[in-house]
Design a protein around this ligand. Structure first.
Ligand SMILES: NC(=O)N[C@@H](CC(=O)O)C(=O)O
Ligand SMILES: [Zn+2]
Ligand SMILES: [Zn+2]
Length: 430
């Protein structure tokens, strides 16, 4: 099977080049990148894709999604989450293990990997939990899960509060060649908070979550990574002090990377006008000052990755007061547009930096050398992205089962026209 992508502008974060070119794929590989590859040269039966006016970028790699499968299929499945990813230009995801049951053994990782091959149109890397059942009491089967290809372990949804146990888990992870993806939240300090602790929370009569809830665990986890040598990826960073601590860790040469979610650089607590569950996520939307620090951190290269923390929930769980609503919003189908609109179109990031944060750096963090670039010989995971398309986000167009987004009706610029995974078109705008 061959695809010829014509007339596009290739964005390759590996060579740091942006250039006009055609791209030819055969089966799951990029076989030729050159100007004016003719259909005759490509050969009979080659499918032609017109990318005029569009960027041809490496498929996005989202290090942080919740596919809710197994056990919570009413929220999402490997099939619907995979379709949402394809719609958003995402060709590889890391699925968090806070499913039902929690993914904490070799067999459970294998089961998801086997099913994903047929059920999901894009690549799914299942992550394992740090502790059995995410109960924080004893370590999960870390070595076994590594053998099943889980690549990283994470207690996402919460932190491992017992630092001694976490340190043991980090040592095991390092031995097994796995990374730690850390959700930083001191649960003892949350005290029933549902949004950022500020005047807006007070005005709405809602309990607040302080920056320190995140910051103390970021500090602790960086120190534990320093001691154990494990590669630490800090998920969904939301505060200016998280950025500052990652800056210091990097200056010291520690193997620490930072992730920012589109909602945390697009919205601040000022955008919450009423008590609406669709604005509730963990960590919460922060102050303008925090938002600016996150943007600056992305620009300066302190923050390495833009991932979504795609967290689908049922309608009843979200269309209610923040007091009752579940934490989390969907993100796979709005991420590229928000990143382009908020960061590239505004001149904060270049298009190459967008490809770095959404493809190249995530691939590097996972050690996937064949992904995250547009190069001859690498995997044919690609996205055709139209930077000129302007439209309003419409949650009814989402492939995800989750419609829980605060971005419904928001005007954005930048649209995924086509997504290619392993040389197959998995999403194409009709
Ligand atoms: N981010 C969220 O608000 N929710 C996530 C859990 C998590 O990422 O911590 C979820 O699983 O729903
Ligand atoms: Zn989390
Ligand atoms: Zn998460």
């Amino acid at each position: 099977m061959k695809l010829l992508i014509q007339n596009g502008t290739v964005v390759d974060p590996k060579s740091q080049k942006v250039f006009h070119s055609d791209v030819l794929t055969e089966d799951d590989r990029i076989v030729k990148i050159s100007e004016n590859i003719s259909p005759e040269e490509a050969g009979e039966g080659t499918e032609l894709l017109d990318a005029a006016g569009c960027y041809v970028m490496p498929g996005f790699i989202d290090l942080h999604v919740h596919f809710r499968d197994p056990g919570l299929e009413y929220k999402e499945t490997l099939a619907t989450g995979g379709a949402a990813a394809a719609h958003g230009g995402v060709t590889t995801v890391c699925a968090m293990p806070n499913t039902k049951p929690v993914i904490d053994t070799k067999e459970k990782v294998e089961e998801v990997h086997n099913r994903a091959k047929t059920e999901s149109p894009i690549h799914v890397i299942q992550l394992g939990a740090v502790t059995k059942g995410q109960k924080g009491e004893e370590l999960a089967d870390i070595q076994g899960m590594a053998e099943a290809g889980c690549m990283a372990i994470s207690e996402d949804g919460k932190s491992v509060m017992n630092a001694s146990l976490y340190r043991k888990g980090m040592k095991e992870a390092k031995k097994a060649g796995l990374r730690i993806f850390a959700h930083c939240e001191d649960i003892t300090m949350v005290e029933g908070g549902v949004m950022n602790a500020d005047a807006k929370a007070e005005a709405l009569g809602l309990k607040g979550i302080t920056n320190s809830v995140e910051d103390v665990i970021v500090a602790r986890d960086i120190l534990l990574a320093k001691e154990t040598g494990v590669r630490l990826h800090l998920c969904h960073c939301s505060t200016k002090d998280s950025v500052e601590m990652i800056r210091l860790a990097k200056e010291e040469g520690l193997p620490v990377t930072g992730e920012v979610c589109p909602h945390h650089f697009t919205l601040s607590t000022d955008d919450i006008v009423e008590d609406d569950g669709n604005y509730k996520m963990n960590p919460p939307l922060r102050s303008k000052e925090d938002v600016e620090a996150l943007k600056q951190g992305l620009k300066d290269g302190i923050m390495d990755v833009i991932s979504t923390d795609h967290a689908p929930h049922g309608e009843k769980e979200k269309n209610c007061s923040m007091k009752k609503a579940a934490f989390g919003i969907v993100g796979l189908e709005t991420s590229a547009a928000l990143t382009y609109t908020e960061l590239v179109d505004t001149g904060i990031l270049t298009i190459l930096q967008m490809a770095e944060k959404m493809s190249y750096n995530p691939a590097k963090i996972l050690g996937l050398e064949e992904k995250g670039a547009v190069e001859e010989g690498t995997t044919a995971d690609l996205v055709i992205f139209d930077p000129k398309a302007e439209y309003e986000i419409d949650k009814e167009t989402f492939c995800s089962k989750g419609k829980n987004t605060p971005f419904d009706g928001r005007k954005v610029k930048g649209k995924v026209r086509c997504t290619i995974s392993d040389g197959r078109v998995v999403y194409q705008e009709v």
